[in-house]
Design a protein around this ligand. Structure first.
Ligand code: SF4
Length: 237
């Protein structure tokens, strides 16, 4: 059984694998869209969230428009996602609070974001991270699962995972962690069928399902092919 991987080893391999690709899947990454999209994403598949959020933003793409929208209309638009009634109330009230307390702008501090309806630490961290490029670690299901699978942390809750990862990684790397772990979890280290045979972390993963004989460079290429992006291969070991 391999030992738990070193945090920097994991970080550097995943950064090299995904380069500058972003896990944000919506169109026009404004702070408002990132905030609302992340509230909608809880307990919902990533592709469903992206589709529904884009449909919602075709009609209501600002706090002003969303605050004025009839609640029933919001429910209709976001019905395909989980807990759509509660989430409709959250984003409606959230838009109204943005207008009332923040001049119609999304705030850029953890404390202010946590005062908004439906916003917990994960959502607030996503907004700080993706909208304002601030150092935060948003722990969603992918980050929590992969950090535990790799043996980086041994935690039961996302809050514990966030604290443990912050202790493991220097602050300058925090905002990249969510990005690379989410891309990895969506494309390769899938929850039910992880692609261990082509995984660039195979040799250091305590829970791998198979040992691979594929050389590292080929695994990088396979991984990138799965991710369906064009990549420039630089300095592979
Ligand atoms: S070896 Fe498998 S389980 Fe481990 S990180 Fe890679 S894809 Fe995930």
């Amino acid at each position: 059984m391999p030992h738990s991987p070193k945090p920097q080893f994991v970080f550097k391999r995943l950064r090299r694998l995904f380069g500058n690709a972003t896990a944000y899947s919506g169109s026009e990454p404004t702070a408002f869209r990132i905030l609302v999209g992340t509230v909608l994403s809880a307990r919902t598949k990533d592709e469903t969230t992206a589709r529904v959020a884009n449909e919602l933003f075709k009609h209501y793409d600002s706090p002003e428009k969303l605050a004025r929208a009839p609640l029933k209309r919001i429910e209709q638009l976001i019905r395909p996602i989980g807990f759509y009634r509660a989430k409709s109330r959250y984003i409606h009230a959230l838009a109204q609070q943005l207008l009332r307390d923040f001049g119609g702008l999304v705030p850029d501090s953890m404390e202010a974001l946590l005062s908004l309806p439906g916003v917990g630490r994960k959502t607030a961290s996503c907004v700080l991270n993706y909208a304002f490029q601030k150092q935060a670690i948003a722990v969603d299901v992918h980050v929590h699962r992969i950090a535990n699978w790799l043996g980086l942390v041994r935690t039961k809750t996302p809050e514990q995972t966030e604290a443990a990862l912050k202790a493991l990684y220097p602050q300058g790397q925090w905002r990249h962690l969510n990005n690379v772990f989410v891309l990895f979890g969506q494309n390769l280290c899938l929850p039910k069928t992880p692609k261990c045979g082509i995984c660039v972390l195979n040799e250091v993963c305590p829970v791998r399902r198979q040992k691979t004989e594929i050389p590292l460079k080929a695994r990088f290429l396979e991984g990138r092919a799965v991710f369906n992006q064009s990549w420039r291969v630089v300095g592979l070991d």
